[in-house]
Ligand binder design. Sequence first.
Ligand SMILES: [Zn+2]
Length: 456
Amino acid sequence: MAPAVNLLRPRSPSSFGWLTSTPTVPTATSTAVRMPNVISAPETSVHRFVLGNGLRVIVEPDKRNRLVSVALTVGVGSRTDSASTRGMAHLVEHLMFPRCKESSGRGHLRNVESSGGICDGVTHRDHTSYYSVIGSDQLESLLFWEAGRLASFAVDQDMLDSELAIVGEEIRIANVASHGGYPWTTAASALFGKENHAGGDHGIIEHLDRITPAAAEAFHRRWYTPNNLVLSIVGDVTAARVESAVNAAFGALSGPARDEPRRNKVIIAASSHVRHHAPRFAGTGVAIGLATPDVRTVPHAYVAHAVLTEVLNSSRIPRLKIKEPRLRSACVYFGFHGEWFNTSVSDLQVTQIVHEPGWLDAETAFDNELAVLSTDGPRPGELTRAVNALLLAHHRQLDSLATRAVAHGRFELLFPYLSGHAAVPQLLAAVSDSNLSTAATSMLVQPRVVVKLNGE
Ligand SMILES: [Zn+2]
């Protein structure tokens, strides 16, 4: 879905999530299992428990207002789509909001909005996030609506046609805005393999048109199982109230054992060059795509590359633009669509440059800046400024109940090996001048895809 103001999208080129620690999920039992660790933050406490059916629940009481946000994070996304049904995860996300049932009052959207709340969902590469914000006195109702749409998910042709029309429009708008997938889909397909990236997160219209109600229901049955879900709740509630309400609403949910998404090992052996033709693009551009360090295995290197991205954007690229007037604009994005800590699978760093037609050295000019950073390291103050900017962005992304609830779910699902939400400031604080030099060297020597965008 696409709200007027999408709370789940970043406000700046990079976005900054919130890390939470996650204990090992215990063996299923017939009652809720209280997790032993309560993570204490300076202002809040985060509580966790797991239902017998495997549903993981996170609660962060925040009594500063009378609202509550409930996020549902599902371990399925566009990367799970098969090569012939690109967009299935996105379509099922839409079908979780059966708008054509509004007249009978059965739709989740109508339930929430008629109570004065808001709700929405977003499909990402390896997860799908839903959130609702509502008066905290409505918590129990909201949880029953949420559990109800999971348990009674059913699709008829009218629903399918209604949502296909909306999804089709989203795809058309996204295609126009990106000149047909530049640079993300083009770069990711060239670097990581077309089968997992064609159509991006939205999908391909021709594929979606072939999907039947039965196929959408089968996808939901396979992936929307309690043990593939995280429910995260932030707001004017107590942990005891949430535990009781969640048990009442979700305790009876059941489903097959969690189905692990495909995780093909990505091996990028060589650099490549790709041309992306965009007839309506008035200019010439180039995008340099690189795989980010693996957040699962080398989180410190991953964060160092994020800090380097900030140094490049805030300091080096402005200087380069003064030196080189043929450079019209340039920006480095860390993580798919500039969202970091937003996927646990192969992630992308993209440098997007728009330059005057005929200038052939844009890539070289950018590489020269990297080479200076690689040999000399950052200038005095550059590292501190970049770290502080990322700390602020990290803080800003958590300043609403909705984004905090969503971040809890995302990190619980994707990054269970990171300990505690304080890990982001800690990881940022650990970045040194030499880490930045190493990151710059890595950007120069690792295999890359260079996408030339040509509007001529
Ligand atoms: Zn959508």
